[in-house]
Design a protein around this ligand. Structure first.
Ligand code: ATP
Ligand code: MG
Length: 236
């Protein structure tokens, strides 16, 4: 469970997140959708602990993590610029976080192999990032997140650097991975198709406020405003 309670964020005198209250159920896949500058990344970075909150609380599971360091929050993030370590093999890139946490070698091997299977990376484990395609690199970034077995996955436009065909393919893979691991996920995008295909529920953000929350079909069939209709492609 993830709880956002009276969450606010200001930079200087501008409020970019305005009192967000939201509860995410265990295993739920939430897509945060909204136009450029509406505060999607800011909200996600606060959940990750990469940005302080100005006010309010963030709970993950039973703990209030508002003041905790990112490493103590049981989250894993996949960004748009999934910087891999260029000098390390795919295997080492995926294993890196586990090694840092002093996970025993045999256990690392088991987890990396399991993730590689799920992500179709088994044949590529010995390669370096510059010997991979964009989609394969994105899969390595996903693998790095998966092996940590976090309570929550955070995605910030992870597919926006990929071409249209790869984006479609990765969308299916992310959906598939979620079916397998069932990790609570918050996925930021401004792509309606991604939102409609991936989400259990969509949170539509507008200027730092929740405009509407619902399943993709609820938002499509009952848009609460012209803004929602315009975004989901079915204006009232
Ligand atoms: P995009 O879809 O373009 O990534 P976004 O919804 O992720 O947009 P944010 O990055 O969360 O938007 O930014 C929300 C607002 O906060 C924007 O107006 C942005 O200019 C502002 N902002 C973000 N970071 C800072 C900062 N460090 N200092 C001042 N303003 C900031
Ligand atoms: Mg952003």
């Amino acid at each position: 469970k993830v709880l956002l309670k009276n969450l606010k964020k200001s930079y200087q005198n501008t409020q970019v997140i305005k009192n967000i209250n939201f509860e995410i159920n265990d295993g739920e896949f939430i897509v945060v959708l909204g136009p450029s500058g509406c505060g999607k990344s800011t909200m996600l970075r606060m959940v990750a602990g990469l940005e302080n909150v100005s006010d309010g609380e963030i709970h993950i599971g039973d703990s209030n993590v508002t003041k905790l360091e990112p490493k103590d929050r049981s989250i894993a993030m996949v960004f748009q610029n999934y910087a891999l370590y260029p000098h390390m093999t795919v295997y080492k890139n995926i294993a890196y976080g586990l090694k840092l946490h002093k996970v025993p070698k045999l256990e690392i091997e088991k987890k990396v192999n399991k993730a590689a299977e799920l992500l179709q990376l088994k044949e590529l484990l010995h390669r370096k990032p510059n010997q991979l395609s964009g989609g394969q690199r994105q899969r390595v970034a996903m693998g790095r997140a998966i092996v940590r077995e976090p309570n929550v996955f955070l995605f910030d436009e992870p597919l926006s650097n990929l071409d249209a065909k790869l984006r479609t393919q990765m969308r299916f893979e992310i959906k598939n991975i979620h079916r397998n691991v069932q990790t609570t996920s918050i996925y930021v995008t401004h792509d309606q198709i991604e939102a409609m295909t991936l989400a259990d529920r969509i949170m539509l953000l507008n200027k730092g406020e929740i405009e509407q929350v619902g399943t993709p079909s609820e938002l499509y069939e009952k848009p609460a405003s012209i803004f929602v209709g315009g975004f989901i492609g079915n204006p009232p």
